[in-house]
Design a protein. Structure first.
Length: 101
């Protein structure tokens, strides 16, 4: 799992007001390629794997563990500064958010 410096700054700022919550990576059906990784701010589940990147502790659901080495958390550089989670070496759609398993 990789986290860009810009995404790390944004996540740390969001975490300052969120006690007992962690950034949590989940897998959802959706997007034009069929699957999407989503980053939520919520309490970790008891069976989540905790992974530390850039000094931030992420909760990762079991469905995502198989390709955890391929996950990139980045900050989109548009006006909203949206945090995106993508797979680095997967067949994706044009936006890069959804991928095929």
């Amino acid at each position: 799992m990789k986290v860009s410096p810009a995404a790390a700054v944004k996540i740390r700022s969001v975490l300052q007001g969120a006690s007992n919550k962690s950034p949590r990576v989940i897998l959802r059906k959706g997007g034009c390629a069929g699957n999407m990784l989503v980053l939520l701010l919520e309490p970790p589940a008891t069976d989540d794997e905790m992974i530390t990147c850039e000094g931030i502790e992420f909760a990762v659901v079991k469905d995502c563990l198989a390709f955890c080495d391929d996950i990139v958390v980045d900050l989109k550089s548009d006006l909203g500064g949206e945090i995106i989670v993508r797979r680095e070496r997967a067949q994706t759609c044009k936006c890069g958010k959804s991928f095929k398993l």
